[in-house]
Design a protein around this ligand. Structure first.
Ligand code: ADP
Length: 626
């Protein structure tokens, strides 16, 4: 190891000694007793710091746990401290890039939280790494920054080591004057603040520099002062360092036994305390002492020991570095696994959220689609309905027009036919009057057929005219008392009633809105048919009112021949008759007229069978507004 690097290490060890006085045992107990995470985090950091040189693996795991806890607690100060510690551990394994990475992370946080004491340490650490990597001017910059902060903070120990570090850089740069001035500053502060440990170290540095400058007296003076101070403090490191330096000067002066004794003592102390670098220095110095005395055998012996120790240190460092690299690799692998797990968890969460979002979105969309669909169906139905309505209205209008045309035609035909029929009737009457006896039996029979046909045709035309006239002159509907209507019917049918010997029973009737003559026509047809299509000795007609919740219902019951079920609808159509004219006279228009009247009154008409086999005609007039 280079002498410069040795000094840096020494500075660090001494600084640690200053910063950390708590023993390993105490810290391990404290770790077991830590009751809070903050406490555990802090003890872990201390332990890692303490163990960084002796048990680097343990130190690394403590430092990592400390960093983990600090992050969990969101303790920025703790995070910076943990990075700092990790940086130191890497630095002790000569893994400068990794160390620098952690030091820079600590620096960033310390800048954010304005931890000036921490910042000074960060600058110092980064300076050391630059120093070790040979970037001297960069190192100087960081050391000076650190010094400035330490001066501001009046951190005397920090100031002493900053001056020493700065002096080292100057020394490396060959600027001995500046180096001496820096070491002197360190000495002044150490003296003023009675920091004997720092002062002893500064003396050793001064001694080394003067020795390099071949100013052996100055060198000796500083080594002796340093040795005195460190002996009074029982500071083994200081003792060994100054003893080795002093022995080198003594060797130079040819004071071999003294030098030799001093170095042997140093060797023992260094071995006892595990100061490998100091042991190496002692071996080197002893080699020199013996070779100067031309005792090449002993010189070779020490040289050999020096080489062996150097190799073993190198191998140890190598294997420790390898172990550290392996451990770091494992750690990074684990961290990556954790990161990957977290990433997956986040993705899962995101996926869940997205799925729920998607589900909710779909639900919403679905709902919207249904609403839109329903709305569109409704709109289409409404459109269809209104189109249908319009069509029906148009159809009705057409029907009304064609019905009207048909009725007009029927009226015109029946009316116009009546005139020639009347001519035929009157002339056939004249022939009957004047020439009946001249015609002979056969001619008389033909003439009878003609006049019979004329009468029949006349009745048919009258009925047709009546049919086409139904409702044509109805005007505004009036409240019609059906009792009065029945009296008119009875009066009109008086002859038929008396000839047939029929018995009419008319129960009290209601009043309905309508047209008087049309209603007479309706009931006259029904009652007349009841008497006509009747073979009972006494035709009996019962007319009754059956009140209903929403309509007036009139029943016309006869004890006649009845109507087979299959004809009960058909008979309401014009010219539909179930019997010959010879058996029952008629034109087959009466019930068609009845149907037309009922419809014009907004009601309905139908027929059913009476218990005695006769027929019951039902006429229903709905209440207005219901
Ligand atoms: P018409 O009485 O001129 O024959 P309608 O239109 O009044 O014509 O009656 C049609 C047919 O219905 C009748 O020919 C008859 O066969 C049948 N009919 C009508 N009323 C009755 C009734 N009360 N009993 C039995 N049959 C009837």
């Amino acid at each position: 190891m280079k002498r410069g690097a040795c000094f840096i290490l020494l500075v660090m060890i001494w600084t640690v000694g200053y910063v950390q006085n708590t023993s390993l045992d105490e810290l391990e107990k404290a770790l077991l007793n830590a009751s809070t995470q903050t406490e555990r985090m802090s003890v872990l950091k201390e332990l890692a710091f303490l163990l960084k040189n002796d048990d680097r693996e343990k130190a690394m795991s403590y430092a990592r746990e400390s960093l983990y806890l600090a992050r969990r607690l969101d303790d920025q100060y703790g995070i910076a401290e943990a990075h700092h510690t990790l940086g130191m551990i890497y630095r002790y394994q000569n893994m400068y890039d990794e160390a620098l990475d952690h030091f820079l992370q600590a620096l960033k946080i310390r800048e954010e939280i304005q931890d000036e004491v921490g910042l000074a340490r960060s600058y110092n650490n980064i300076g050391q790494i630059s120093d070790l990597q040979g970037n001297l001017s960069e190192a100087l910059g960081y050391y000076e920054k650190s010094l400035m902060l330490r001066l501001q903070n009046k951190d005397s120990v920090g100031i002493i080591y900053s001056y020493i570090s700065i002096g080292e850089v100057f020394e490396k740069q060959g600027d001995f004057e500046q180096a001496i001035s820096s070491y002197a500053d360190a000495l002044i502060i150490a003296n003023a603040k009675n920091e004997l440990k720092g002062e002893a170290f500064a003396h050793a540095k001064m001694g080394d520099l003067f020795f390099r400058m071949k100013m052996y007296e100055n060198a000796e003076m500083h080594y002796r002062k340093g040795l005195d101070q460190s002996t009074s403090l029982d500071d083994k490191n200081g003792i060994v360092l100054n003893q080795t330096g002093l022995a080198t000067v003594l060797t130079h002066h040819g004071q071999y036994p003294e030098a030799q004794a001093m170095l042997e003592e140093s060797l023992v102390i260094s071995r006892e305390n595990g100061f490998k670098e100091r042991t190496l220095d002692a071996y080197a110095a002893l080699t020199r002492v013996y070779s100067d005395q031309e005792n090449y055998e002993r010189a070779y012996e020490y040289q050999n020991q020096y080489t062996n120790l150097k190799d073993s240190i190198f191998n140890q460092l190598k294997s420790e570095s390898l172990a550290a690299i392996r451990a770091r690799h494992e750690l990074e692998k684990k961290e990556n696994e954790i990161l990957e797990l977290r990433r997956r968890q986040q993705i899962d969460q995101l996926r869940n959220i997205s799925l729920w979002g998607l589900f909710a979105g779909l639900l919403l969309l679905g709902g919207l689609a249904i609403v839109i669909y329903r709305y569109r169906i409704q709109a289409r139905n409404n459109l269809l309905l209104s189109q249908q309505k319009e069509k029906i209205i148009a159809k009705n209008r057409q029907l009304e027009v064609s019905n009207q045309e048909l009725e007009d035609f029927a009226y015109a035909v029946s009316h116009d036919l009546k005139q020639p029929l009347r001519t035929i009737g009157s002339y056939s009457g004249l022939i009957k009057q004047r020439y009946f006896y001249k015609l002979g039996e056969e001619g008389q029979e033909y003439l009878e057929l003609i006049t019979g046909g004329v009468t029949q045709l006349h009745n048919l035309l009258s009925d047709l005219l009546t049919y086409s006239n139904v409702g044509s002159n109805s005007g505004q509907p009036q409240m019609i008392h059906l009792d009065e209507v029945m009296q008119s019917v009875k009066y009109n049918l008086a002859q038929q009633i008396s000839e047939s010997g029929a018995e009419l029973t008319i129960n009290p009737m209601p009043a309905v809105p309508g047209n008087y003559s049309a209603l007479v026509q309706l009931f006259q047809n029904l009652i007349s048919n009841g008497i006509k299509f009747n073979e009972s000795p006494v035709p009996r007609i019962l007319i009754s009112y059956i009140p209903r919740s929403n309509a007036h219902c009139i029943m016309v019951r006869d004890n006649g021949i009845g109507i087979p079920e299959e004809f009960r609808e058909k008979i309401f159509k014009a010219f539909q008759r179930l019997h010959t004219r010879e058996k029952y006279a008629g034109s087959g228009i009466g019930l068609a007229i009845s149907m037309k009247v009922v419809k014009q009154h907004g009601g309905r008409i139908w027929v059913s069978e009476a218990e005695d086999g006769g027929s019951i005609f039902w006429v229903e007039f709905p209440f207005k507004g219901k």
